[in-house]
Design a protein around this ligand. Structure first.
Ligand SMILES: Nc1ncnc2c1ncn2[C@@H]1O[C@H](COP(=O)(O)OP(=O)(O)OP(=O)(O)O)[C@@H](O)[C@H]1O
Ligand SMILES: O=P(O)(O)O[C@@H]1[C@H](O)[C@H](O)[C@@H](OP(=O)(O)O)[C@H](OP(=O)(O)O)[C@H]1O
Length: 305
């Protein structure tokens, strides 16, 4: 049976009768194709990527597995619509802490329409994209007590300053209450989640090494999804931290040129995360998020622009 994903943190959402992704119990994620070229561009990307022998095997793990497309009843009641059939990246996690980070200081690209360029230009300037090289599109963080979940409104995390981004990244790996704006993050899971030979930083560096070289694709407006299971950290001390790339609706051919926009944004994110590992105590006392509306989102906030 298809259902609305409980742990979606950004993008178009199926709640309130709108068009958005669905999941099933077998670990598949069904993303509806948007009627315009975005849907066909994303299908073309997954099709090309799946069979491209120039993509190294060790890089494939950063992308959701692709199982083609399928006609399904759309979540908005508009009838049958083609959906991308993807691996559900969250299905094996019990209490997933997730951050969707849209990479690049610009989300527009030369091949896009003038209207789209203008829309992105404005949004990149108004969010942290232009200044930091990425913006947090959405996130959720579980507390140590599993009934505590912090899932701020998407808009409230998109235009943060560098210090606020540091604070959010720290909250993401702390045992202190994520919902209490006054709690100072202790970064007690920073090494387990971000550090080590298979942690988030090591994975981002592996991805970066490929982007320093690959000239096949330019991943415009694409996101890095950072995820781990809070329950596994607490029970086993091993969070299964993962970096995944998602959202390929604006991919264009690289034509022999490196994707410097994506690479630059990735380097910036890497710098933030490595600084938390080397100096977890810096900044935390100077910044607080109290002024922003970082309270939990509600179903009414679903798909709010
Ligand atoms: N394969 C997947 N498995 C599980 N969750 C996913 C998967 N792909 C995306 N998601 C969830 O859905 C959200 C939105 O995904 P995506 O960016 O692909 O959608 P979108 O509607 O194209 O977004 P946008 O409006 O930002 O372009 C992600 O933040 C993540 O929470
Ligand atoms: O991050 P938010 O606030 O959720 O905003 C969305 C985000 O910027 C998407 O990248 C964009 O899709 P595209 O980049 O594919 O255009 C979408 O546009 P849309 O509403 O026109 O689909 C926005 O609503």
């Amino acid at each position: 049976m298809l259902k609305i994903p409980e742990h979606q943190v950004a993008g178009h959402q199926a709640c309130n009768g709108q068009l958005g992704p669905l999941i099933d119990d077998s670990g598949r994620f069904y993303k509806p194709l948007q009627g315009d070229e975005r849907g066909s561009v994303e299908v073309a990307f997954y099709t090309s990527f799946s069979s491209n022998t120039r993509v190294p095997d060790h890089i494939r793990k950063f992308f959701p597995s692709f199982y083609g497309t399928q006609l399904l009843e759309a979540s908005d009641g508009s009838g049958l619509r083609p959906h991308l059939v993807l691996e559900d990246l969250i299905s094996s996690l019990h209490h997933p802490s997730i951050m969707d980070v849209k990479i690049g200081s610009k989300t527009w690209y030369a091949e896009a329409s003038e209207d789209y360029i203008q829309k992105c230009f404005k949004k990149d300037r108004e969010s942290s994209s232009l200044s930091l090289g990425f913006r947090i599109s959405g996130l959720q963080v579980y507390g140590n007590n599993h009934s505590e979940l912090w899932k701020p409104k998407k808009k409230s995390v998109q235009n943060l300053t560098a210090d606020e981004v540091r604070l959010i990244l720290k909250k993401f790996v702390s045992s202190t209450s994520p919902t209490d704006p006054n709690s100072v993050p202790d970064c007690s899971f920073a090494f387990t989640v971000f550090g080590g030979s298979s942690g988030i930083l090591a994975q981002l560096l592996e991805l970066k090494a490929w982007f320093e070289d690959q000239t096949i694709y330019h991943l415009n407006s694409c996101s890095v999804l950072i995820l781990y299971d809070k329950e596994s950290v607490l029970k086993e001390g091993s969070p299964g931290a993962q970096v995944k790339l998602i959202d390929f609706a604006h991919v264009v051919e690289g034509r022999g040129v490196i994707d410097h926009n994506f690479l630059g944004g990735l380097c910036s994110l890497i710098k933030f995360i490595s600084e938390i590992l080397t100096s977890p105590d810096d900044y935390s006392s100077k910044v607080c998020l109290q002024d922003s509306d970082l309270s939990n989102c509600t179903t009414e906030d679903c798909n709010k622009k």
